[in-house]
Ligand binder design. Structure first.
Ligand SMILES: *[C@@H]1O[C@H](CO)[C@@H](O)[C@H](O)[C@H]1NC(C)=O
Ligand SMILES: *[C@@H]1O[C@H](CO)[C@@H](O)[C@H](O)[C@H]1NC(C)=O
Ligand SMILES: *[C@@H]1O[C@H](CO)[C@@H](O)[C@H](O)[C@H]1NC(C)=O
Ligand SMILES: *[C@@H]1O[C@H](CO)[C@@H](O)[C@H](O)[C@H]1NC(C)=O
Ligand SMILES: *[C@@H]1O[C@H](CO)[C@@H](O)[C@H](O)[C@H]1NC(C)=O
Ligand SMILES: *[C@@H]1O[C@H](CO)[C@@H](O)[C@H](O)[C@H]1NC(C)=O
Ligand SMILES: *[C@@H]1O[C@H](CO)[C@@H](O)[C@H](O)[C@H]1NC(C)=O
Ligand SMILES: *[C@@H]1O[C@H](CO)[C@@H](O)[C@H](O)[C@H]1NC(C)=O
Length: 909
């Protein structure tokens, strides 16, 4: 069975390829209609066989390139007689019609490149007097017929490259009087004959001649004589070799200024190669991409006016001290090697550059140099730019005060030592460069403590590029004291992770505009690090570990290291592990234009965190954990935005979190990286993985009043619940302390003073027999304190009648205390006589003498039927409830004290 998967997979693959590729092939850039803009019509890439006839009559530019036209009929162009520019390149046109320029009398530019014209007759262009540009590159011209260009009196540019020409002679008699540039490259011309350019002998304006990629074998004497006014000649890719010397001899009488001989197979420059150029004023000489390995002594002695010499990508193994003799005007010398090429190791003799007294730029990029000695650069007294980036040279491993001593006399301004494998910089390493403004030490292996002496003597330095070293460079407080004029300091991927220095190494750099501290794993900085950098405009501190520093839980609070940077315009804090932004972290950054916090763990931002950031143009917050984009946080920051990058956040698509953002997106003109549809909802489930632009904003319309209602009702409910809970669990305690307080301060327990002596007993206790136990356990102990109770079975004098005794004793008692239980209410005797009597007494004295102690919950109705009392008739203080919970018993006792202690008179009506 597994085998059957093979063919199936193949079918699938073929189907996929077909579906995938076919549209590509067919879709091509084919248009269906010409686009007309102003006076130009673009009908290119339309598979046209004919010139369209329905374009505006007054167009002046017509582009019908990249079609399948086979001929160019004058009649089909008749509607557009005013054409100035006609492009019929990349078609299959085989010949031109005589009437073309009769129809298009004003034509200036005719582009015919990439067609199949093989024969041009004299008549074909005979009326094209106005033509200034004719491009016939990549056709099949052989030029057998004579003088097809004879009528082109105004032609300035003629391109007949990539044809099948075997001779440079394009005419039999002098013509093309206005010609400036002629391109003959990529033809089959193998000889430049003496009279080949005779047809240009009246072309006094001719300056540019391009003869590259010709299979030249011979250059006849006097061939350039008719065109002696040329200033530019390119013979790139012609395999000249030793023919170069002859070529230069032939150029001796010309006005040549620029000679390009790149990739011409030159191997050796002898002391006569350029001899022929002696009388010219050659200024630019390009010799790149040859296989040149030797420059003989005095090879350039003939070129005293040369200003630019390009020798890049050659094979020079030895530059001798006479190689550049005579180049006293040279301003730029390029010895660059293209990256990736296996460059030869070059030995540069001492004093090699000393003839180059005018040299301003020396470009040694990617070269391999054997060594730099104390005299390698001696004599370069005008050198301002030295580019040695990616130069491999053992002498650069450790740079000390000797390395560049040969440049001490030069006013060097820029030194590029990027990627030169430097591992150490000694004290005073650059002290030879008092004029240096820019020093690049990027991509090296420097891993040392910067004491400050490394930059000794660099008083003018403004830009120091020190990025991509080994993250082992240690700064000290004095690291930059010698370079107080620094404006740009790049220290990305260079430093160790701790920057907690006091005073800060950046303290002296009051002019600093740009500071890059990115990719350093910095985890430890202090609030003073950027103090005083009032001119700082760009701070790049991305890819560090700043999470702790900005946590509110950080010991000593968040480190607000951005304070005082009032001129900051760009702040990059991507990938710093941040999960919060302290409320004042960005305070005062009023000029900030670009703010980037991508790739952090930011979730909810505090309301006023962006409150000072009013001019923001770019905001990058992609790849965070942001769920809500609320106006309280973002409204000001997004007010002037022109670019927002906020994708890949888990947005919460609810009215509260996203409504404002969706509304903002719908109305903003700012560019949104990745498009507005890329923001996807993570929650709630209904919107999961859908774009936030799907969020139904109408659903939020009425939520505002509901919100208020919701807040109000929930507050009320919570308050009620709190009160209920309090009362349920602690109300008694509150009541207890409250009553103690009130009683102690208001002194309700004053009964003893006034009434105490009148009564024998404090209370007459009435209870059911079943409740005797309770009375003994809970009431009688109080007698030990100060009360005297009267109880039937105990205190009655023997002999007296029971009824008499009851009445008597009740009269002797200040209070009558009922222990109310179901049993008491059922007790008939009690219900009958005792209750009546008690009630009577109540009426006689005052109701205040009755205390009800409920051991059980008894209904008021039953109470009134049995005891003729209602709770409402008594003062609340005289109604006591025996608590279920043991811990409340003390409170009960306290209440009982109060009830017993209360005077009966005070409240008498
Ligand atoms: C061309 O002519 C049309 C009217 O035929 C006119 O509307 C248009 O402006 C003209 N265009 C130019 C570039 O003159
Ligand atoms: C070179 O140009 C000058 C004036 O520009 C002219 O007089 C002279 O004839 C030209 N020489 C040639 C060979 O065309
Ligand atoms: C060229 O070099 C040869 C020796 O290599 C020397 O004899 C001759 O004089 C030199 N010619 C010039 C013009 O320097
Ligand atoms: C070279 O320049 C000098 C001075 O600028 C000038 O006199 C001389 O005619 C020029 N020579 C040529 C061949 O252009
Ligand atoms: C020289 O060679 C490099 C690569 O080898 C190439 O990129 C460059 O175009 C060449 N230049 C010329 C003028 O041939
Ligand atoms: C170079 O440094 C050495 C020791 O560090 C010192 O003795 C010498 O004077 C310095 N040379 C110059 C030119 O500064
Ligand atoms: C130094 O060279 C590097 C690599 O070629 C280049 O990227 C950088 O821009 C150069 N720096 C300066 C200041 O020229
Ligand atoms: C180089 O600096 C010195 C002193 O700092 C100054 O005198 C000189 O003019 C400067 N040279 C250049 C070319 O700026």
């Amino acid at each position: 069975m597994p085998l059957s998967n093979g063919p199936r997979f193949l079918c699938w693959l073929i189907a996929m390829c077909y579906m995938g590729l076919f549209p590509l092939a067919a879709a091509g850039p084919v248009k269906t209609a010409c686009s007309v803009q102003g006076d130009s019509a673009d009908c290119s890439h339309m598979r046209l066989k004919e010139i369209p006839q329905d374009l505006p009559w007054n167009i002046t530019h017509l582009d019908v390139s990249h079609n399948i036209l086979t001929s160019l009929h004058a009649a089909s162009l008749a509607p557009y007689a005013g054409l100035l520019h006609l492009d019929v390149g990349f078609n299959s046109i085989t010949k031109l019609e005589e009437a073309l320029c009769q129809t298009l009398g004003r034509l200036h530019t005719l582009i015919l490149e990439h067609n199949e014209v093989h024969l041009l007759k004299e008549a074909d262009l005979s009326h094209c007097v106005q033509l200034t540009v004719l491009n016939m590159a990549s056709n099949k011209l052989k030029m057998k017929a004579a003088d097809p260009f004879a009528a082109l009196e105004n032609l300035m540019t003629l391109d007949v490259s990539k044809n099948m020409l075997v001779s440079a002679m394009l005419g039999s008699k002098p013509q093309l009087p206005s010609l400036v540039a002629l391109t003959l490259s990529y033809n089959a011309i193998s000889t430049l004959k003496k009279d080949d350019f005779h047809f240009l002998s009246r072309s006094t304006s001719l300056r540019v001649l391009n003869l590259s990629k010709l299979p030249l074998k011979q250059v006849e004497g006097g061939c350039f004589k008719p065109i002696a006014n040329i200033t530019f000649l390119s013979m790139d890719k012609c395999n000249l070799g030793t023919l170069t010397t002859k070529l230069c001899t032939e150029l001796s009488e010309t006005a040549i200024k620029t000679l390009s001989l790149q990739d011409t197979g030159l191997v050796r420059l002898t002391n006569t190669t350029f001899k022929g150029l002696e009388k010219t004023n050659l200024t630019f000489l390009y010799l790149a991409n040859n296989t040149m390995n030797t420059i003989e002594k005095g090879a350039f002695q003939w070129l005293p006016t040369l200003e630019i010499l390009n020798l890049e990508n050659n094979n020079i193994k030895h530059l001798t001290k006479d190689a550049f003799q005579g180049l006293q005007s040279l301003k730029t010398l390029t010895l660059r090697q293209v990256r990736g090429r296996t460059s030869p190791t070059t030995l540069i003799d001492d004093f090699t550059f000393s003839p180059l007294v005018a040299l301003e730029s020396l470009i040694l990029e990617h070269t391999v140099i054997r060594s730099i000695t104390e005299n390698t650069f001696t004599g370069l007294t005008s050198l301002q730019y030295l580019y040695m980036d990616w130069c491999s040279c053992i002498s650069l491993r450790i740079i000390n005060n000797k390395t560049f001593v040969s440049l001490a006399a030069s006013p060097l301004r820029v030194l590029n030592l990027t990627g030169t494998a430097i591992s150490q910089i000694g004290p005073g390493a650059f002290s030879a460069f008092p004029n240096l403004t820019t020093l690049s030490l990027d991509y090296n292996f420097i891993s040392q403590t910067l004491t400050g002496r490394e930059f000794e003597g660099l008083g003018q330095l403004e830009q120091l590029f020190f990025s991509n070293n080994r993250q082992m460079v240690v700064l000290t407080s004095r690291s930059f004291v010698r370079v107080p004029g620094l404006r740009i300091l790049m220290l990305g991927k260079t430093l160790t992770g701790t920057m907690d220095l006091d005073p800060s190494p950046f303290g002296p750099l009051t002019n600093l505009n740009v500071l890059d501290l990115s990719n350093n794993n910095i985890a430890n900085i202090n609030a003073q690090m950027l103090d005083g950098l009032v001119n700082l405009m760009v701070l790049k501190i991305q890819h560090n570990n700043l999470a702790r520093i900005w946590k509110s839980a950080n010991i000593g609070g968040p480190v607000l290291f951005l304070k005082g940077l009032g001129n900051l315009t760009i702040l990059d804090m991507d990938y710093c592990g941040l999960d919060e932004i302290p409320i004042d972290a960005l305070a005062g950054l009023k000029k900030l234009k670009e703010l980037s916090f991508s790739g952090n763990l930011l979730n909810s931002l505090k309301d006023s965190v962006f409150q000072d950031v009013l001019l923001l143009q770019e905001l990058h917050l992609q790849k965070n954990l942001i769920t809500a984009v609320r106006p309280q946080v973002f409204k000001q920051a997004m007010a002037n935005l022109s670019l927002l990058d906020m994708g890949r956040n888990p947005f919460d698509c609810t009215c509260e979190s996203i409504l404002w953002f969706v509304t903002w997106l719908n109305t903003t003109t700012a560019n949104v990286t990745g498009g507005k549809d890329q923001f996807t909802c993570n929650t709630p489930l209904a919107y999961f993985n859908r774009t936030i632009m799907d969020f139904d904003t109408l659903s939020c319309k009425d939520s505002t009043p509901f919100q208020a209602l919701y807040i109000l009702s929930s507050t009320v409910i919570i308050a009620l619940m709190l009160v209920a809970l309090l009362v349920r669990f602690h109300g008694w305690r509150i009541q207890f302390y409250w009553s103690i307080l009130v009683n102690r301060t208001l002194g309700f327990s004053d009964a003893k003073v006034e009434e105490g002596r009148e009564f024998e007993f404090d209370a007459y206790v009435i209870h059911a027999d079943e409740d005797l136990k309770w009375v003994e356990r809970s009431l009688l102990p109080l007698e030990n304190e100060k009360y005297v109770f009267c109880m039937e079975g105990r205190d009655f004098l023997p002999g007296t009648s029971r009824l008499e005794a009851i009445v008597d004793n009740m009269k002797k008692s200040r209070k009558i205390l009922f222990v109310v239980t179901e049993s008491l209410l059922k007790d008939h005797w009690c219900r009958g006589f005792k209750a009546h009597h008690a009630l009577h007494q109540v009426m006689e004295d005052s109701r205040d003498s009755v205390i009800l102690v409920f051991l059980q919950d008894v209904h008021d109705y039953r109470l009134s039927r049995s005891l003729f009392l209602r709770r409402g008739m008594l003062r609340p203080r005289c109604l006591l409830y025996w608590p279920v919970h043991k811990e409340r018993v003390p409170a009960f006792h306290e209440k009982l004290h109060i009830a017993l202690g209360m005077t009966n008179n005070t409240l008498k009506p």
